[in-house]
Design a protein around this ligand. Structure first.
Ligand code: HEC
Length: 240
């Protein structure tokens, strides 16, 4: 026998009630709890800047003087002034441009517009005070500053060494200091034939002629070696 309709209705109603009670819907929960969530800059906003704005407002290119990859750059703004006004998204050119407001070319220029959720995230971030932690996003600038090409050369202090008599020019002090640290003693100076051979190979890529070797071996002046350096530097074959 088929169940009569009131029984069927009651069963359906019960099942529906059970669904309502036992399957909480997260979207309903969010709707019932409208308190705005705090936007996390590093994980939610910076990735949008990097992906959608970085090519034109990043380390390589700064359209209109604006860069969005570093905190100082982003808050300094562009040629037309501040782009981000903390707490006031509606007055922030950055928000106006991504939302297509204000009659100017929307950003990202020529690219796929940000989706509404991304626009909302950036708006909320600005309205929540546009907090940008100091250690986030500034790595590029710090790395650039640390690159050796941007560090002005400074003459270093000469290190203390065990045997000052061994040193004939300041660079020797660094070599001897390192040998001291390794507890090694310098080798004795090479004989003149070897010295000239090394020097000649270094500077012109060829060994000295027997006549050049004899001249050096017999030169008793104090600056004999220096004279050989000058002779080879003046040679048309220097650096060949
Ligand atoms: C393909 C290049 C390109 C991309 C990508 C791009 N922009 Fe721009 N942006 C420009 C150019 C060019 C200008 C200057 C011309 C203008 O203001 O319309 C500009 C200007 C701006 C300005 C005004 C700065 C000032 O003071 O004049 C803001 C704000 C801005 N962009 C924000 C963004 C944001 C945010 C993104 C990423 C969502 C973005 N842009 C992506 C090219 C780009």
């Amino acid at each position: 026998m088929k169940p009569t309709w009131p029984i069927r209705f009651a069963a359906a109603a019960l099942a529906g009630a059970a669904l309502l009670v036992f399957v909480p819907n997260p979207r309903v929960a969010a709707f019932q709890n409208p308190e705005p969530r705090k936007v996390d800059f590093a994980t939610e906003v910076l990735p949008i800047f990097e992906k959608s704005c970085g090519n034109c407002h990043g380390p390589k290119m700064r359209m209109s003087g604006l860069r969005l990859d570093t905190k100082p750059g982003a808050f300094a703004g562009g040629e037309n002034g501040k782009a981000i006004i903390p707490g006031k998204s509606d007055e922030s050119p950055l928000y106006q441009r991504i939302a297509g407001l204000g009659g100017l070319i929307p950003m990202p220029m020529g690219g796929k517009p940000l989706d509404p959720a991304q626009v909302a995230t950036i708006k909320a971030w600005i309205d929540q005070g546009a907090e940008w932690p100091d250690n986030v996003g500034t790595q590029v600038e710090a790395a650039v500053k640390k690159h050796w090409a941007f560090i002005p050369p400074v003459r270093p202090e000469l290190p203390a060494v065990s045997n000052a008599k061994w040193i004939s020019n300041p660079i020797d002090a660094f070599i001897l200091a390192r040998l001291d640290r390794e507890q090694l003693a310098p080798s004795p100076e090479a004989d003149r034939v070897t010295l000239l051979r090394r020097l000649s190979l270094d500077l012109i890529g060829l060994p000295p002629t027997p006549a050049e070797v004899d001249a050096f071996v017999n030169d008793k002046s104090r600056d004999a070696y220096q004279k050989q350096v000058e002779r080879l530097l003046a040679s048309p074959h220097y650096g060949e």
